[in-house]
Design a protein around this ligand. Structure first.
Ligand code: ATR
Length: 279
């Protein structure tokens, strides 16, 4: 079994992935290590080939490398990663093949499902139209949700919705700007924030306030720094159900762990480790 794993990104110093995966390896008695490496986009291919040559088992890729990775000749992406246009997990096979996957959307899906939130047939508002919105909207549309992407720059939302719709998934996807968001939310089941609003250091900003929300809504903020964002506080005030972004981090990591090792990771321990690191 291969024993070295890692995450590549830039910046990478504050990544929670090493603590999360090392805790999992240790709890399972696996003599494996996971380390963070600062890698610039123009050096990504060399770094991946170097890791393969040194016998790494697998990698996570984070900002700004996920989209770059998809275009590299050395990686063979699976069809979901190809559609999403980004790779966040690399698996080094026994015979030298390098495979690329994207577990971000699955992480978001499992965060909702494990919080007892129904996806199929739900009306979901996804705020933001960047890479995170893309992987989440792809996955949830594939699971039969009716998705509206809302974004500050309306054109990006419309473009992304068009792109996802072209994949003919079972759900539907439309895109629009922020105006009329309150009315849209009144009729929605789930709001997912993928924008940087509320993220450190912009901790006082939020995509919506309590008067825009309602008790039948689930509010999922993928921002986990700070742990309780302004949006989640507003959601609690309105009586809405809340889902923490930490869960997406943990479940996307757990899925990567399964792809690398074929072993079921200790998900609760991974969550506890991340929460402790964020306290
Ligand atoms: P990621 O790949 O992590 O999703 P990204 O591609 O940088 O990140 O996307 C960031 C998202 O946050 C975008 O949807 C961006 O909106 P624009 O497309 O209009 O730039 C959104 N965003 C960032 N700052 C924002 C702000 N102050 N108000 C509203 N939306 C914001």
């Amino acid at each position: 079994m291969k024993r070295v794993f890692g995450v590549f990104g830039d910046p990478i110093a504050h990544s929670l992935s090493p603590a999360m995966h090392n805790a999992a390896f240790s709890a399972l008695g696996m003599e494996c290590i996971y380390h963070a490496f600062r890698v610039k986009p123009e050096k990504l291919e060399k770094a991946i080939l170097g890791a393969e040559a040194m016998g790494f088992g697998g990698l996570n890729l984070t900002v700004p490398l996920k989209e770059v990775a998809l275009k590299l000749d050395c990686i063979k992406p699976d069809s979901l990663a190809e559609k999403i246009g980004a790779v966040n997990t690399v698996v080094f096979g026994e015979t030298g093949e390098i495979k690329g996957y994207n577990t971000d959307g699955l992480g978001a899906k499992q965060a909702l499902q494990n919080s007892a939130v129904e996806i199929k047939g739900s009306k979901i508002v996804v705020a933001g139209a960047g890479g995170a919105a893309r992987s989440i909207a792809f996955q949830l549309a594939a699971d039969g949700a009716e998705i509206t992407i809302v974004n500050r720059t309306e054109g990006r939302a419309i473009e992304l919705a068009k792109d996802i719709s072209a994949a003919a998934l079972s759900g539907s996807v439309t895109g629009r700007g922020f105006s009329g968001l309150k009315d849209l939310l009144q009729d929605a089941n789930i709001l997912i924030n993928t924008t940087t609003l509320g993220m450190h250091p912009n901790v006082d900003t939020a995509i919506a306030t309590a008067e825009d929300l309602h008790p039948d809504l689930t509010v999922f903020d993928i921002v986990y720094n700070p742990l309780e964002t302004r949006l989640l506080r507003e959601a609690k005030t309105s009586g809405a159900k809340t889902v923490s972004g930490v869960l997406m981090l943990v479940y996307q990591g757990a899925e990567a762990f399964r792809l690398w090792t074929g072993i079921e990771p200790p998900v609760e321990l991974m969550k506890k480790t991340v929460l402790e690191a964020l306290q």
